[in-house]
Design a protein. Sequence first.
Length: 380
Amino acid sequence: MTDVVELNSPPVSLLGMNRRMLADWLVSQGEKPFRAQQLMQWVHQRGVIDYAQMTDLSKVLRAKLASLAPIRLPEVKVDQIADDDTRKWLLEVDGGNAIEMVFIPDKNRGTLCISSQVGCALACTFCMTARQGFNRNLTSDEIVGQVWLAQHLLRLAGWGEKPVTNVVFMGMGEPLLNVNHVFPAADVLMDDWGYGLSKNRVTISTSGVTPAMDMLSERLDVSLAVSLHAANDTLRDVLVPINQKYPLNELMVACRRYLQAYPKRHIMFEYVMLKGINDSTKHAKEVITLLQGLSAKVNLIPFNPFPGTDYQTSAWDVILAFQNRLMASGLQTNVRRTRGEDIDAACGQLAGDVADRTKRSASIRQTTVKFDRHAPRDKR
């Protein structure tokens, strides 16, 4: 599948099309390509999804759009607000599957954590979301629909005209096992006629799907976060099982290729702190050695316990000692402040109620090799 829409195959969804895809579809319907900009502005900037209200489009075009391209949004099933104003939504996407997204407000920004798959295939042992298994990839319109819905609901709640300033693909799923839909969705987020987010304010996270990391380097200029969690293969094979397919040496090579493509960037390495598992002085030294010479930042994440887990959170003094060792070596290291824990919105706690689960092995076979890595970027 390439980064184009199949023409003359109604009905379609315009919500997740990047500008080039939308222009191609409009041309296929006998319309001018500049209408793509108008539609994107109405839908993504103004938040209008009723074609009848798009007054600078002809009545004929509005009727055609309503017939051929109805805009469907995820349905809110649960809406929870934590004591710290973190907000989590459980969304139904196709009448049976559910995903979650989380809004994390801060002093000068509002970060929206969105999902890219229903469930997750990677079975990271410390992650509650991984326990529910994997169902399917989300489509680009289901991904962008999360952002549209969050903007709309937050505006209604008085968070201002543009409450979402940052988007991170860190919700349910492995984004780089769904590049055919994640990449066009990211285009929409960064398009000036879309949500207009800076390329530094869109982050795609991966557990280390190295072939797709190379595709990302070639196709999309966004921030990259890598879920590290261990700096030796023996331990990482257990914590992050995809390491058995793409071990650390291969992961580091892919990281270096990304930094060669974007020399002004750094990579954020996520590291969950597990008591007695990966939090010793030895483990800190392994991280320092592994990341030596890379433009890297490290984000230490206190583990968020969930029912049935055998893992425990590292003691606070252990986390601080780990941070100090990394910082003494020259690695910029932060400790993530836990947010939304009282509504299970914290890192690793996303676990919507998903039906018809499939085997993880089948999803891992859905690699990104069919994506056209040489497709040109969406012109803005």
